[in-house]
Design a protein around this ligand. Structure first.
Ligand code: CP
Ligand code: NVA
Length: 298
């Protein structure tokens, strides 16, 4: 059974194949060609956190491929009222062809995977966000070519997105400079596992040196709203602004998975400026995930 729970569930060759097919699907879609390969297939989408891009891209993607997507929020299904995860996994898996999950606990996704005979996609957990990295790597390739041998600067929180960039550094062969405030470093297990591909800093300017791509994310992720004020102080020196971008290569590009907070982790003139690829990056969620669905459903 093929799942997509972490980026490194798939080989580099497979990841590159998914990205190349995503670029082809994008061209096909823009040319108005119909591709109904997933006709009569159903995707269940389980959410216990908010989403704009993930929900719309998976739902629109399934519709474009001739299939159907079911939006299941934890407010609507019995999982939110305490039905056991394993029971929910068995029942939903018996009725649909593939399941996508955005849940607070990564363990819930693993439980679904071990109790299912259909593919499970992680659409963001507290640990990782592999679907976003498919779109980011696709976007880099479209604009700048191969990322192999390049330097990427991750500025801000050592969070789920940062962890997935660490996995991407290994899979796609780039160096990841990670700049976080002290105490906000990535999870130690990730740091140990990907140590050959990352360099840790507590200084954003140093991390940006030689960077071809600068990436950031919110200072307080979903579920950390109570820490917002404390984090705004801790991350004060970690805003990606024009001054910081000047420390990276002159042709460096900027990415952010969105939603963004202008004036916090990124200045408006960077995210809305000429180096920013955020709109293509967001749109590419659609094309990358259509390619992923086609791969997982064989
Ligand atoms: N980047 C991302 O996953 O966006 P949403 O939270 O809107 O799905
Ligand atoms: N780190 C963010 C990513 C949102 C797409 C969060 O988990 O809220």
């Amino acid at each position: 059974m093929k799942h997509f729970i972490n980026l490194d569930d798939l080989s580099t060759k497979t990841l590159n194949g998914i990205i190349d097919n995503a670029i082809a699907l994008k061209k096909q879609h823009k040319a108005g060609e119909i591709n109904e390969t997933l006709k009569n297939k159903t995707l269940a989408m389980i959410f216990d956190k908010s989403s704009t891009r993930t929900r719309v891209s998976f739902e629109a993607g399934m519709a474009q491929l001739g299939g159907h997507a079911l939006f299941l929020s934890d407010r609507d299904i019995q999982l939110g009222r305490g039905e056991p995860t394993t029971d929910t996994a068995i029942v939903i898996g018996s009725m649909v062809d593939i399941i996508m999950m955005r849940v607070s606990s990564h363990e819930t996704i693993n439980t679904f995977a071990s109790n299912n005979s259909v593919p499970i996609i992680n659409a963001l957990s507290d640990e990782s966000h592999p679907c976003q990295l498919l779109a980011d790597m696709m976007t880099y390739k479209e604009h700048k070519g191969s990322i192999q041998g390049r330097t990427v600067a991750w500025i801000g929180d050592g969070n789920n997105m940062c962890h997935t960039y660490m996995q991407a550094a290994k899979a796609f062969g780039f160096t990841l400079n990670i700049a976080t405030p002290k105490g906000y470093e990535p999870n130690q297990t990730f740091t140990n596992n990907y140590q050959d591909h990352i360099v840790l800093f507590n200084n954003a300017k140093k991390a940006c040196q030689n960077a071809d791509l600068v990436v950031t994310d919110v200072w307080a992720s979903m579920g950390q709203e109570d820490e917002q004020a404390k984090r705004a102080i801790a991350f004060k020196e970690f805003q990606v602004d024009q001054d910081l971008m000047k420390h990276s290569n002159s042709d460096a590009v900027f990415m952010h998975c969105l939603p963004a907070h202008r004036g916090e982790e990124v200045s408006a003139d960077v995210i809305d400026g000429s180096q920013s690829l955020v709109w293509d990056e967001a749109e590419n969620r659609l094309h990358a995930q259509k390619s992923l669905l086609l791969y997982l459903l064989g």
